[in-house]
Design a protein around this ligand. Structure first.
Ligand code: PLP
Length: 354
């Protein structure tokens, strides 16, 4: 697939990789593609990064018909650039689009567009340890009308931003607040999709938790408020008495690619994994009985994020002595090794860009 490229007249200076703030500085170019009913997706192109113009009545601004993805390009020791399981992102993007009534984008085209843009911006992929180029594909409904219906026109875009090392100060386990008031998603809703609306609904609990001194919220299910779903915007896993347990994908849990990769790695190491319903009560009981070995979140940004403490209904438990556990550390080392190309990739998860 070939996309026409319009080059930026002047290139921006690259930011210092040591002081990068996530999501603040973007590269010189972006990918755009339009959709119109009857015409399908058309005019895929790479153009200079810059503002896009929208009618104030554009559907996305009022009814949030929007989905996105989050992935990274990694600098390998040989100076090349690679992606991690991009076809999984393409597949999830398609499934998010279908739920939001957005015409899906061909998975091959999605990956090609990502690869072509990253190739054009290869100089922006930083090489300092732990740094990467974050990739944000998204699609918005652009119909200029306030009528509530599926839009007939859409814009698909991909933007890129270099990101610093997530654990510049070392991996420190976080304090988690079990949220018992707000819910993030319900079965039958959009919890399994990456849509902006889910995030809008989750901001309040996150802000409250931060005010109380916690860094993330542990979400419970929206119906019975007793089953654990996710932590912040990450999936969550626990090791209880040797067995790894993680909430099953009931429809209100986001099917994370890091989650899937962790499950596959843990199974390949001969450690039992169960994907099932887990109550907060079960976890707190396990912790009191000294059987909660480790707990961690999983997601593209952090890879794994160890949980050192959890608070639920006024009761706090410490996990793994507030330190990162051996299995969490092994997952982190293995996944980051494969992603940055410092370890072999026996599962064929990486895709070379250049
Ligand atoms: C993106 C996301 C995740 C993690 O998915 P990865 O594919 O592992 O990055 C988990 N939960 C939510 C709500 C998310 O939006």
């Amino acid at each position: 697939m070939e996309f026409p490229i319009t080059r930026a007249n002047t290139l921006k200076p690259k930011p210092d990789p040591k002081t990068l703030v996530f999501g603040r500085s973007f590269t010189d170019h972006m990918f755009l593609m339009n959709y119109e009913t009857g015409k399908g997706w058309y005019d895929g192109r790479i153009v200079p990064y810059g503002p896009i113009s929208l009618e104030p009545c554009a559907m996305v601004l009022h009814y949030a018909q929007e989905v996105f993805e989050g992935m990274k390009a990694y600098r390998t020791p040989d100076g090349g650039v690679q992606l991690f399981r991009p076809y999984e992102n393409a597949r999830r993007f398609r499934s998010s689009c279908e739920r939001l009534c957005i015409p899906p984008i061909d998975e091959e085209l999605f990956v090609e567009a990502v690869k072509e843009l990253v190739k054009v911006e290869a100089d922006w992929v930083p090489s300092e340890p732990g740094t990467s180029l974050y990739i944000r594909p998204f699609v918005i409904a652009t119909d200029p009308t306030l009528g509530v219906h599926a839009s007939h026109t859409y814009l698909f875009a991909i933007i890129l931003c270099p990101v610093g090392a997530y654990y510049a100060e070392g991996i420190n386990p976080v304090k988690i607040y079990v949220e018992d008031e707000d819910v993030r998603a319900v079965r039958g809703g959009t919890g399994f999709t990456k849509c902006g609306g889910n995030y809008a609904a989750s901001i309040r609990a996150g802000e409250r938790a931060e005010e109380k001194g916690y860094s993330q919220v542990l979400w419970l299910d929206g119906v019975e408020r007793k089953y654990i779903e996710e932590v912040g915007s990450m999936n969550v896993m626990f090791q209880v008495n040797g067995t790894v347990i993680t909430p099953k994908l009931t429809g209100s849990v986001l099917p994370g690619i890091t989650r899937k990769s962790c499950v596959e790695l843990i199974q390949s190491w001969g450690i039992p994994v169960e994907e099932r319903l887990i109550t907060a009560q079960e976890l707190f009981d396990a912790a009191e009985a000294g059987k909660l070995d480790e707990a961690w979140g999983t997601g593209t940004a952090a890879v794994v994020s160890p949980i050192g403490e959890m608070t639920w209904e006024g009761k706090s438990i410490e996990v793994c002595g507030g330190r990162i556990g051996a299995l969490t550390q092994k997952l982190y080392d293995t996944l980051t090794g494969i992603q940055w190309g410092t370890l072999p990739d026996p599962h064929g998860w990486t895709v070379k860009v250049c």
